[in-house]
Design a binder for this molecule. Structure first.
Ligand code: UDP
Ligand code: MG
Length: 317
């Protein structure tokens, strides 16, 4: 049997004062059990990342870090968003741990899957994906849109694990590999499969958030999905060419039609077809320009190589 691994559990927290005490209580109990069973090393830790919260989140995290030696807190200087906060946490701890598990602070993801994930790690997997067994607790709307999103991503040629969000275990080696991706537009669930290495899945039931409210309103969800698509697929840009070809064919048909109408002598009738084609082509051009602009915006961001997060404080013990 190998030596027990040092496990770090990393939780991004944005305005989570309502859930943190309970989350910490449950995770500390789990850590205690796993340490007693010697499935993880005594120096294993829980790391809360405060993503620029405006409520008492950091106070609570500091308090927990002081009271428990197995709790650490990391405070970001400003709100960087879920994905960036998660990356900040993982990149900060990667040199200290043998493997790290990322999980949301609201514990919607069942923490009882953690021992199974660690087990899969011992079986030689560098990445273990937490996969939701059902979407019972979601609204029908969220369920349907999520399904549509996964289908669309597959269609666009992006390799993603179905029904997996950001609940996953990564070995130190996998984290080191992830660090090699310098991109600014972060969509971790698309990036991690690109890392490679052996991977496995563990399924779990996703619960309702037990306190507080979702930090992912529809607007953020849509922009997240859009980011996922444009960061990983160039299919939309290819669609422009397709659209252009279709528009050309269409205008040829229009030309033939206009010619016939003219031959028949009532040329004012061509006015409507002319209007149709002008509007149609105008629309096609606008859509195309908008899409190209989207990619240029991305290139612009990447070229600047801005830091993805700035750490204000790393509080241990
Ligand atoms: N989160 C964050 N920064 C943000 C938004 C969210 O760190 O700007 C964290 C949040 O605290 C939670 C996780 O990301 O731990 C997932 O958010 P939430 O539970 O609100 O999303 P949902 O489960 O509703 O999709
Ligand atoms: Mg949640």
């Amino acid at each position: 049997m190998q030596d027990p691994v040092i496990l770090y559990i990393v939780l991004p927290c944005y305005n989570e004062e309502a859930v943190l005490p309970e989350t910490a209580r449950r995770l500390l109990a789990l850590l205690e059990t796993m340490r007693a069973q010697e499935t993880i090393a005594p120096s294993s830790k829980i790391v809360f990342v405060d993503d620029g919260s405006r409520d008492r989140t950091w106070e609570i995290i500091s308090g927990l870090a002081e009271a428990h030696e197995e709790v650490s807190g990391l405070k970001l200087a400003k709100n960087a968003g879920h994905q960036n906060a998660l990356l900040a946490g993982l990149m900060t701890v990667r040199s200290e741990c043998g493997c790290a598990i990322s999980i949301d602070a609201d514990l919607q993801d069942d923490i009882n899957a953690i021992p199974q994930m660690v087990q899969k790690y011992y079986e030689g997997n560098d990445v273990v994906y937490g996969v939701r067994s059902s979407r019972k607790t979601d609204t029908a709307f969220k369920r349907e849109t999520a399904l549509l999103f996964y289908k669309l991503m597959r269609l666009l040629g992006v390799n993603m694990v179905y029904n997996h969000a950001d609940y996953r275990l990564m070995s130190r080696r996998a984290l080191d590999a992830l660090a090699e991706f310098p991109e600014v537009n972060l969509f971790l669930r698309g990036l991690v499969p690109l890392v490679g290495y052996r991977s496995a899945s563990v399924s779990y039931e996703r619960q309702e958030r037990f306190a507080g409210e979702s930090k992912y309103p529809l607007k953020k969800m849509l922009s997240f999905a859009f980011d996922g698509i444009t960061s990983f697929s160039i299919t939309p840009i290819r669609l422009i060419s397709g659209l252009g070809i279709v528009a050309c064919l269409f205008s040829m048909i229009m030309a033939v039609y206009a010619f016939i109408v003219k031959l028949m002598g009532h040329s004012t009738e061509g006015w409507s077809s002319l209007m149709v084609s002008i509007w149609f082509l105008g629309g096609v051009q606008l859509v195309s320009v908008g899409l190209i602009g989207e990619y240029i915006g991305k290139i612009y961001k990447e070229v600047k190589r801005r830091p993805r997060y700035i750490i204000e404080e790393y509080k241990k013990e």
